[in-house]
Design a binder for this molecule. Sequence first.
Ligand SMILES: Nc1ncnc2c1ncn2[C@@H]1O[C@H](COP(=O)(O)OP(=O)(O)OP(=O)(O)O)[C@@H](O)[C@H]1O
Ligand SMILES: [Mg+2]
Length: 240
Amino acid sequence: MNDIDIGQLQVTFEQRGRRQAVLDGLNLRIGEGETFGLIGPSGCGKSTLLRVLAGVQREWHGRIRVFDHELVSGKRFRGDLRREVQMVFQDPFASLHPRHTVGRALGEPLRVNGVAHVETRIFEALDEVGLPRTMAARYPHQMSGGQRQRVAIARALLLRPRLLLLDEPTSALDMSVQAEILNLLATLKTAHRITVLLVSHDPNVIAHLCDRAALMHAGRVERLLARDALVAWSHAAPLL
Ligand SMILES: Nc1ncnc2c1ncn2[C@@H]1O[C@H](COP(=O)(O)OP(=O)(O)OP(=O)(O)O)[C@@H](O)[C@H]1O
Ligand SMILES: [Mg+2]
């Protein structure tokens, strides 16, 4: 029961007046503690899958179990699930409120969940992602892209999630900053022993971080790549 099990997942959208299946009978199983990569051409449904697992895309058919929670289509996440599943988006600007300081962005989820010693926890969260504690007073526009993404990662980890969903977490950043954030993610996932589902277009990113990966095509898993195949594939594959 300690895995993520997705069966016959289907999501349809209205496109140009017709209903199209964006996820079309997708099957996937991810073990607890695994770092799992999702690869595939633009439009194949990677972000849609993450959005379903995050509870953001609530219209779907099929069967999804996230650890011991059976997800219910059409329903908001409640209880533990809201804390246990967290997502980091490609563009941290979009996920941080422009008029909230970093301290507030980090403090709110703690307060809402009744966590004690909020200030200490905010400082610890900043330490953990390598940001100075003075950043708590800053607004998103007063930080670099890499710093903003560190804040988004800190916030996702604040409530000790079991599943972390990462949708192209470094692709909006400069090359040198990308490497820093990838190393940070590698350190954090080991330290927290969380299950990670990572979408990236970059084979090297996937090979660097992931234990296994799925190649998606047209809303389904086309191929599963074990660790060895993943490394071989990253040497051979062009950027998707
Ligand atoms: N809310 C929506 N309404 C209508 N169509 C949508 C919606 N969200 C996604 N789509 C369509 O679903 C398909 C899959 O989108 P998705 O964002 O999951 O792809 P992706 O694999 O993440 O692509 P990329 O690599 O470009 O990020 C696309 O054709 C997209 O246009
Ligand atoms: Mg996407």
